[in-house]
Design a protein around this ligand. Structure first.
Ligand SMILES: [Fe+2]
Length: 546
């Protein structure tokens, strides 16, 4: 997501907080020292008859290892229904995976790996998707995004992992953060406690691998993977902040080298560490309840984000904004998915609706509904605080943009309005019951989507697992004041929360979909207690929230 502070100031600040602290990876995070099963197990990319199993195993003495695995219908492994082998070797950094086919649909299954030394991995639990025509009436998906290891513990993962009513985990990206551990908002204590590595911004394959290794050493993330299958998509921080097809605002080729090499390193490490098959985009059929299209909005076909600096600096900013909206912003050549993926998605939505599937769910990374940012007003800062000069300048700019009704998130779909219109037109034409899922923004939003004034679907955009959001920029005494300001300016924004962490559960039934936003504080204490939750519902055929 966009940070308003210039990136360089982020890099310079905060180093003092860590001065004198030796950042050392824990044994679990250190891919060199640890041997055996180093990072538990995971499963993902489920189909009605298949799932991908994952583990990581490093043989003592080096080299590669042949692992065996078994899948059972019961927790005690009395009824084994599938067996196979997987290789753990240097090429994939000793991450091992196996695609297991021929499994029963909609089934809870148990699996474990065995090393050549006889050692057993932890036993994991997974679930295949329901089969078409089998009459599944309910599927519950826990949706996560934005888990910055230096911002707080992953208590949201722990909370979801402990539940017994979730069928699938879905991570919409920013699963790791590439940032240096010295960024100014980073907790040095958390970085140390978790053994996060490396200390610098991740650039090389070795850097990304070490970052994943240290994130995956987190006990709550490990437990989530052990308990539930996951579908994961990357966002920008798996490569660099605000990435697009040919670069990123968080990547400077002059000092950080070739973008493609960095991008490829980030993508390769993601593929090693996540139990995924269909990448970068793919579709999953959840019986007759839903098709889940998982799209990629960063590297596949996103044209470069526009920036508003010239508008802000113009002698007449309002006139400059008007010209910007009608000119570069409206250019139909600007894409966020790329032409091939746009076509795939439009055809997929049409085929799904034509097949009578009840819901067309689109999971992707960035907020789709237009959101005009309100200008800060009384009550946005705690009584003792004053606007910093940079906040005052931003407030001024926001006032102008809000009065023009301009949704200024140029890294979101608001930066690609023609592409958004094409997608929503395609969904309407297909007669889709469209439910869009988004992450990236760190706060929670539920919006009606519209195309040319008609209902086109709904969007649930989830709050972060741990990353700081609006509440960090504008630490209001009452965050409800800020939430109300957002709603006042955005009539299709039906609900928002601008101060809490957690995840949401998408509860899919044939005639209605409900999103339950669960608030779980992150912070510096591990505690998986939910504070409150909010529920938003859409009835099939309504095209808007109820
Ligand atoms: Fe993001």
């Amino acid at each position: 997501m966009s940070l308003v502070l210039p990136r360089r100031s982020l890099l310079l600040g905060g180093a003092a907080a860590l001065a004198g602290c030796a950042l050392r990876p824990t044994a679990a995070a250190d891919g060199v020292a640890a041997t055996g099963f180093t990072h538990g197990v995971a499963s993902g990319a489920p189909a009605a008859d298949a799932v991908t199993l994952w583990t990581r195993y490093r043989p003592r003495g080096g080299g590669a290892a042949r692992l065996s695995f078994e899948v059972a219908a019961d927790e005690a492994f009395a009824t084994v229904i599938a067996r196979g082998e997987a290789e753990a070797g240097e090429r994939a950094f000793w991450c091992a995976r196996a695609r297991v086919a021929g499994l029963p649909p909609g089934a809870w299954l148990h699996y474990r790996f065995r090393g050549p030394d006889g050692a057993l991995s932890p036993a994991g639990r997974t679930r295949t998707l329901p089969a078409a025509g089998a009459g599944a009436q309910r599927w519950r998906v826990a949706v996560f995004s934005c888990s910055n290891g230096t911002s707080g513990w992953f208590n949201a993962y722990a909370h979801a992992a402990a539940r017994d009513d979730i069928d699938l985990a879905l991570h919409l990206g920013d699963y790791i953060y590439e940032s240096p551990l010295t960024r100014p908002d980073a907790s040095a204590a958390l970085a140390l406690a978790r053994g996060l590595a490396p200390a610098h911004e991740t650039l090389s394959l070795a850097d990304y691998r070490a970052r994943y290794a240290s994130y995956r050493a987190d006990p709550d993330l490990a437990e989530l993977h052990r308990r539930l299958p996951m579908i994961a998509a990357w966002d920008d921080h798996e490569t660099a902040n605000n990435s697009w097809m040919d670069g990123a605002s968080g990547h400077d080729p002059a000092t950080e080298g070739d973008w493609r090499a960095r991008r490829d390193a980030g993508v390769r490490a993601f593929r090693e560490w996540l139990p995924m098959e269909a990448q970068p985009f793919g579709v999953y059929r959840i019986g007759d309840l839903a098709t889940l299209h998982v799209a990629e909005t960063r590297l596949e076909g996103r044209t470069r984000q526009l920036d508003l600096d010239a508008v802000a600096a113009a002698p007449d900013p309002a006139a400059a904004l008007d010209a910007f909206r009608k000119g570069p912003l409206a250019d139909p050549a600007r894409t966020i998915l790329g032409a091939a993926q746009e076509r795939w998605l439009a055809e997929g939505l049409a085929a799904s609706a034509a097949a009578g599937v009840r819901w067309q769910v689109l999971a992707q990374q960035v907020v789709m509904a237009p959101i005009v940012f309100p200008a800060p007003a009384a009550g946005w800062l705690a009584p003792s605080a004053a606007l910093a000069p940079q906040q005052a300048a931003e407030a001024e700019l926001r006032r102008m943009m809000a009065s023009a009704g301009f949704a200024s998130g140029m890294d979101r779909w608001d930066g690609y309005p023609a592409a958004r219109a094409r997608l929503l037109a395609a969904a309407r034409q297909a007669g889709a019951n469209l439910v869009v899922l988004s992450g990236d923004s760190h706060n929670a939003w539920a919006s009606d989507l519209a195309h040319e004034g008609s209902p086109a679907g709904v969007e649930f955009a989830g709050q972060s697992v741990s990353s700081f959001g609006v509440e960090r920029r504008w630490p209001a005494a009452d965050p409800g004041v800020i939430a109300a300001a957002y709603r006042d300016l955005n009539p299709r924004l039906r609900w928002c929360d601008v101060s809490q962490r957690g995840y949401f559960v998408l509860d899919i039934a044939p005639d209605r979909v409900e999103a339950e936003f669960v608030f779980v504080p992150a912070g510096e204490t591990r505690a998986a207690a939910a504070t409150s939750s909010a529920r938003l519902t859409v009835e099939r055929g309504a095209g808007r929230l109820g």
